[in-house]
Design a protein around this ligand. Structure first.
Ligand code: 5AD
Ligand code: SF4
Length: 348
């Protein structure tokens, strides 16, 4: 399919677009890419408006039982200083974030069984009962029973990126795990009534534009409410330290095409894109993104949550991180969302 025909088809009916159609768009040259960016920006504006939803992330534990080849939190990384925040500290961090206007708290950690379902449920229910916020969990794979307990405690959303839609690449990058089991967890989350976020990295070793097209089509077929799409940033303390990372244009193109195919999806301007380019998040907000996720982890822990090096905003106090975003949005003629920023599809 030609680029032009693929574009017409996707704009008319994203539901019927094939991997071939999406691949044709992802292969666009520089001139056609800027058209994609413009189109994505106007689709974002038509379907999602000018509000940008701000989600505050609290990275509460850098312990992880897994060994993903790309990630600095991998269990095999012996140079990382690990930390765990106490429940009281987590709740205090959430309160501080709510105090600066944050309406969604994201509790994120490595895959860390130290925190039992009961302990996590108590944290969630304390946050939900004392603060006016939505709660997103991002804890990796947990048994269905745990996910049920968190949901009952009041968790609204869950973030579990599929990372790559290529099952062979997935199994190599995440030793001992399969794409299928991760997708099954996503189905479980949907069944339990969570708003679900997934997403993938761009620029992984061995990835092609066909793989990326499969990522976007998978996001559509999973019917997720949100997708985090960011570049792979090589971390020297991992086995992929010498790989080439994802680049800005490739990431923006995937983002823009995702917006065209999925007009009502929440799409963050990712921190990883802000890390490989100073203007990365601003550019993403002009290519379809409508969400931004400042880090509100207490500063003393921040540098030890080193998924990849040079993470954007790593030296700023939570309040300063949020203010920086307010200035950025004002400058762009956008505004910070005032509500919880639930998914429009989920609410319907
Ligand atoms: N570069 C970019 N993103 C990464 N993640 C993990 N390692 C990297 C990296 N090197 C992302 C993954 C994962 C989340 C914890 O961070 O997508 O879901
Ligand atoms: Fe652990 Fe997630 Fe990093 Fe994998 S990507 S090592 S599961 S924190």
């Amino acid at each position: 399919m030609s680029y032009e025909n693929a574009l017409k088809k996707i704009i008319k009916d994203g539901k019927s677009a094939t991997v071939g159609d999406v691949t044709a768009l992802l292969g666009a040259d520089a001139k056609k890419r800027s058209l994609l960016y413009e189109l994505a920006d106007s689709v974002r504006s038509d379907f999602m408006g000018d509000e940008v939803h701000v989600r505050g992330i609290i990275e509460f534990s850098s312990f992880c039982s897994e060994n993903c080849l790309y990630c600095g939190l991998r269990a095999g990384n012996r140079v990382l200083q690990r930390y765990r925040m106490e429940p009281g500290e987590i709740i205090a961090a959430a309160r501080d974030a709510a105090g600066v206007g944050i309406k969604t708290i994201v509790l994120q950690s490595g895959q860390d069984v130290y925190y039992t379902a009961d302990v996590l449920a108590r944290i969630v229910s304390e946050i939900k009962s004392s603060l006016d916020v939505a709660v997103t969990l991002s804890l990796g794979l947990r048994p269905r029973g745990d996910l049920e307990v968190f949901r009952k405690a009041g968790a609204d959303r869950y973030l579990l990126k599929h990372e790559t839609a290529d099952p062979v690449l997935f199994a190599w990058l995440r030793p001992g795990t399969t794409l299928k089991e991760r997708l099954n967890c996503i189905y479980t989350l949907k069944e339990l009534g969570y708003q679900v976020g997934s997403g993938n990295m761009v620029g992984l070793p061995g990835q092609t534009i066909v793989t990326l097209a499969r990522d976007i089509v998978l996001l559509r077929d999973l019917k997720v409410e949100m997708a985090g799409i960011g570049p792979f940033v090589p971390n020297p303390d991992t086995p992929l330290g010498n790989s080439v990372g994802g680049d800005v244009e490739a990431t923006l193109t995937v983002l823009a095409v995702a917006r065209l195919l999925l007009p009502r999806l929440h799409l963050p301007a990712t921190t990883s894109l802000g890390t490989i380019h100073k203007q990365g998040r601003r550019m993403a907000l002009k290519c379809g993104a409508n969400v931004i996720m400042p880090n509100v982890t207490p500063l003393q822990y921040r540098r030890n949550y080193a998924i990849y090096p040079g993470k954007a905003g790593r030296e700023l106090e939570p309040g300063a991180n949020v203010r920086e975003i307010q200035y950025l949005l004002e400058d762009m003629g956008r505004r910070m969302g005032e509500g919880y920023g639930h998914s429009p599809d989920y609410m319907a």
